[in-house]
Design a protein around this ligand. Sequence first.
Ligand SMILES: [Fe+2]
Length: 260
Amino acid sequence: MIDIHTHILPNCDDGSPDVNTSVEKIRSMVEEGVTDIVLTPHFMRKLYHNTADVIDERFDLLQKAVKENGIEITLHKGAEVYLDYNIVDDIKNEKFYINDTKYVLVETGMNGFPVNFLQILYDIVRNGFRPILAHPERYQDISENPYQVEDLIFRNVYMQINAGSLLGHYGSKIQETAWILLNNGFVHFVASDDHCQSEDYSLSKAFFEIKNNLDSSLAELLIRKNPQKLLNNEKIDYIYMETVPPPPPSFWDKLRKIFK
Ligand SMILES: [Fe+2]
């Protein structure tokens, strides 16, 4: 599994407070089956001013600690960029795109979109980037009308929902919204948004829930295939249709085949 949204880079936002916490978190994620982690500290101009220098320094520190602890994981640089006026300049100057690709993880106000929300997103797209909206299910505007996400997808914005939302850790309304988005093919990625706190961010549990409630090919697409394409800077389909895999042959099917 590939986790494209985490706050595990130490001491730079409301996520991991120190390197040891980060290392232990990464160790538990590896045990769960995570092979790649994108480190996406918040970038909010007035609150978390994580510039490229800060991210580079913390990244090298964590990379070194992970190696010293003999943990097999591939770490990638990124950021979670708060949508603000002229944010494209910051994205370009501070290299906020994920892993040197064109993909940029973005977030906005939980209690109401800014008036120029669509304009800011369009500016990002026009400049050749591929915005991924973090946890759409958690925004009040979307939980009140989940179907408006389709309009954003037609505007070349990808959707990443949180594992914890599917599992109900942000409450029933957000859980319901996350499943509506998933059931309508409005989701491109599922990630943990792990803040190293007491919540359950488990990607493997989310994988299992999607497999049980929908099917395994969709779980594969959202937690393995699309994240891998992102890391390779390959284009991901905005509109997709996953085929439900046929059920495995039963005992009688196998027997019939033998005597055919
Ligand atoms: Fe986040």
